[in-house]
Ligand binder design. Sequence first.
Ligand SMILES: Nc1ncnc2c1ncn2[C@@H]1O[C@H](COP(=O)(O)OP(=O)(O)OP(=O)(O)O)[C@@H](O)[C@H]1O
Ligand SMILES: [Mg+2]
Length: 388
Amino acid sequence: MSAAAVFEGRKNGPVFNDAPKVLPVGLPEGAEPRSTMSGIALLDTARKGTQAEDLENKLRRLVVGQDEAIHQIVKTYQTHLAGLSPVGRPLGNFLFLGPTGSGKTRVVEATAEALLNNPRAVIKIDCAEFQHSHEISKLVGSPPGYLGHRETHALLSQEALNQHHTDAIRISFVLFDEIEKASDALWNLLLGILDKGVLTLGDNRKVDFSSAMVFLTSNLGATEMSSLLTPRLGFHVPSPENAVSNAKLSARVSDAGIAAARRKFTPEFINRLDKIVVFKSLGNEELRRIVDIELEMVQERIQTAAAGKPFLVNVTDSARECLLMEGTDLRYGARHLKRAIERLLVQPLSNLMASGQIHRGDCIRVSHAEGSPSLTFFRETEAWDVAA
Ligand SMILES: Nc1ncnc2c1ncn2[C@@H]1O[C@H](COP(=O)(O)OP(=O)(O)OP(=O)(O)O)[C@@H](O)[C@H]1O
Ligand SMILES: [Mg+2]
């Protein structure tokens, strides 16, 4: 076929002359296959399966304002479900950068919570605790023959990695915190995991990380990032006019974080990462949503602690506003907020429970009077029906 004819064909529809001729299975010898293709459908690669969508929705309910991290985790999960994860390496290697208290650890815990129903189903390695080479034996166990060899349980054994697997979910979540503080020995171990998905224990057994999502966190570049953000500190009202400048600022902050990582870490490390995600510093709007999430968690704690004597806590808008004001220090992200909730709400509630001032079925209304440094608690007796 001439080039012109091919072009003609393309104008009228696709040409498949260059496709290899494959005889359909079961066709009698000598028979000419007839095309049954009646059209072409454009496929939608953005659509996800229900399980991945489910994970995304749950993560969005638990983690505020860190959509890029959620997107990366969901993408990795979807690839795993499809059975298309790369062979011989972890399911995903992620470096999370960004300010303290912005959700780097929380997003990993939330993934374990969403998939395994247990936010603690994460193996956390605090790299600062493994500064010296001899401390590495806590991670990989000692070689046979060493004193205490049998007593050392490697933190990163296969059993430890698989301990939270369920019939439905066979994924391990491994988090290395503050990797910039890792010793050379830990660093080499880490490179092996990221590259080959394998770790060799002290007694030469191999640990397979190919069903693990590996998360690395670091506060690297946080100072540069926060100096870019300094004018943002304080209460700001998002508006369509500053949405564009906010997006530009976010991009600059993200670039600053990635540049700091590239300066500090070797290319061989950076090349083993699937994605570097720079977490955004949380603004007033995000913190407001986190107050709601944290208050739901306090209610869950009450349900568990007061199993025999459940009661409800109704935190009014004025009290929520007070918690937000008291807990807003943008340098510390949501950490400061959590402390304010513990101090102003949880501790007084504990006193009320311990001194018998709260009864089964009570509704405790918590409000705030302007100018007061604390919250006020009222009992609304038997305001709700306690299920048997
Ligand atoms: N984006 C967020 N969405 C929901 N909750 C959050 C978010 N960020 C922080 N929190 C809350 O604040 C707590 C502390 O956050 P987290 O431990 O994730 O901080 P981090 O970014 O890991 O900080 P660090 O760098 O100091 O380790 C979390 O346990 C969670 O309750
Ligand atoms: Mg953390």
